[in-house]
Design a protein around this ligand. Structure first.
Ligand code: TRP
Length: 453
């Protein structure tokens, strides 16, 4: 692959929307609200925002620098820069992690498609017990969730094979604005419900007595997952950035967009839940069991609004999932395309097939066919934990050491300042964060979690 023939994003807006599309996903609308609910509301958000700004932004800039400098897929990017040293492994681990995340992510994305269908067909009606058993039956079904996971992977595939500008960028420019519009309309509708205030208070009034040992690692893992850090996703996208893209500025903009969307998702879900007196701390099933019930009851005086809100909510989730899946898929597609010297279409097909198989196993691990479990835990839960709480922070940690201590400072500064055309105001602060603060904090959180400190 010659550098000059490589695809690029066509515009600055395209770069921001595509990268924000990667960041804004199920992490914001599915994972963030349930983690907030489980961890005492505003206290979690407070720690989360600290993680985004202190750890997230420097880690995003790291990946941007590596990706844009090397203009190649993640594995080759780290390999090029590591001059035969073992640092190259980080890139390969990234690609491997990408496969795992893509697979389990497509399972949950598939659930969202099923719920668009179910709410549109009017199946989501009943008492709270009904919603719980509806989800349990669906999740345990060996066929339906697998089909939906493959459907969303194929949609992703069809976008990816059109290329970077015509596929990824065009799709992001259409899907992201749609996502914002739906989100705002839903937030306004939820906040107008009676008692919505209690949900808003839960989100913004910290109760530090709820701060637990798990909260810090949870918030760290969530920040990395939500910002797409730690497995070369941002590095792959940055390899399509133009030379005049302001990396720091883009990293800040993307983090702000991502955090705002997560909080807006909270402002949609918690006011709606509190308005009917439902407790929000119900784990991953919050949006598939609690919420359909909440929508039905909260808008029971005008059922048609409840109907539209439910469909719109699952469309919102699916759009968010799709733009993130595109970025996850692209990591492996670029890898096969460039490393095996095959065309993009074939590379994408290999990725879609492998991911469909792992996704099917992952989905089946939740069904009655519980053969696919390790140590009594379903493969799905293992992949969620392994990627979110271990591989991503480890990838981010190693990348900090790589950029901070191994890479020649000149390369880092040149990329940071666009080869001296910008002042690079915060360069020294950024570099100190990457050398000391970020690795130390990530390590501390880990040691704390495993009980060493
Ligand atoms: N950030 C996305 C979300 O919030 C998911 C995602 C896309 C991701 N690319 C990633 C997570 C890379 C980790 C690494 O849903």
């Amino acid at each position: 692959m010659e550098k000059d023939n490589r695809a690029n994003f066509g515009s600055k807006l395209g770069i921001i929307l595509a990268t924000a599309g990667s960041a804004v996903g199920l992490g914001n609308i599915w994972r963030f609200p349930y983690m907030t609910g489980d961890n005492g509301g505003a206290a979690f958000i407070f720690v989360y925002i600290m993680c985004v700004f202190l750890l997230g932004i420097p880690c995003i800039v790291n990946e941007f620098i590596i990706g844009r400098y090397s203009a190649s897929n993640t594995a080759r990017a780290y390999r090029k820069l590591s001059n035969g040293t073992p640092w190259a492994i980080i890139g390969y681990i990234g690609v491997l992690t990408g496969f795992l995340v893509t697979s389990y992510y497509s399972v949950v994305s598939g659930w969202c498609l099923q719920y668009i269908y179910a709410s549109a067909a009017g199946h989501l009606k009943g008492d709270p017990q009904f919603f719980a058993s509806y989800f349990a039956d669906f999740e345990k079904d060996p066929i339906k969730p697998v089909i939906w996971a493959v459907v969303i992977l194929v949609i992703t595939h069809l976008i990816i094979i059109r290329g970077v500008k015509e596929g990824i960028e065009k799709a992001s420019k259409a899907l992201m604005p749609a996502l914002f519009v739906i989100l705002i309309i839903l937030v306004v509708s939820a906040c107008m419900l009676p008692n919505a205030w209690e949900g808003i208070e839960f989100l913004f009034k910290p109760d530090f007595s709820k701060v637990s040992k798990d909260l810090f690692l949870g918030a760290l893992g969530q920040a990395f997952f939500s910002l797409s850090i730690g497995m070369g996703c941002l590095c792959t996208f940055a390899s399509y950035f133009t030379k005049d893209t302001d990396l720091t500025n883009s990293a800040v903009q993307i983090s702000v967009i991502d955090t705002v969307v997560a909080i807006l998702a909270g402002l949609l879900i918690f006011p709606a839940a509190f308005s009917i007196g439902v407790s929000p701390d119900s784990g991953p099933s919050l949006i598939f069991i609690t919420l359909p019930n909440v929508f039905e009851q909260a808008f029971s005086s005008v059922p048609i609004i409840g109907y539209i809100v439910a469909i719109s909510f699952y469309i919102l989730l699916s759009l968010a999932a799709l733009t993130s899946l595109i970025s996850l898929h692209e990591v492996s597609t670029a890898f096969f395309h460039e490393e095996m010297n095959i065309n993009r279409k074939t590379a994408a097909t290999i990725v879609t097939v492998i991911c469909s198989v792992i996704a099917a196993l992952c989905s089946l691990s939740l069904s009655d066919w519980d053969a696919i479990s390790i140590g009594g835990k379903p493969l799905f839960d293992i992949l969620d934990y392994l990627t979110g709480q271990i591989l991503l922070p480890v990838g981010g940690f190693l990348t900090c050491l790589f950029v901070g201590w191994y890479l020649p400072k000149k390369i880092v500064r040149d990329e940071y300042t666009n080869y001296g055309t910008m002042r690079g105001k915060f360069f020294n602060i950024y570099l100190s964060c990457v050398k000391y603060l970020c690795p130390a904090l990530i390590l501390l959180i880990f040691l704390h979690q495993i009980g060493v400190i």
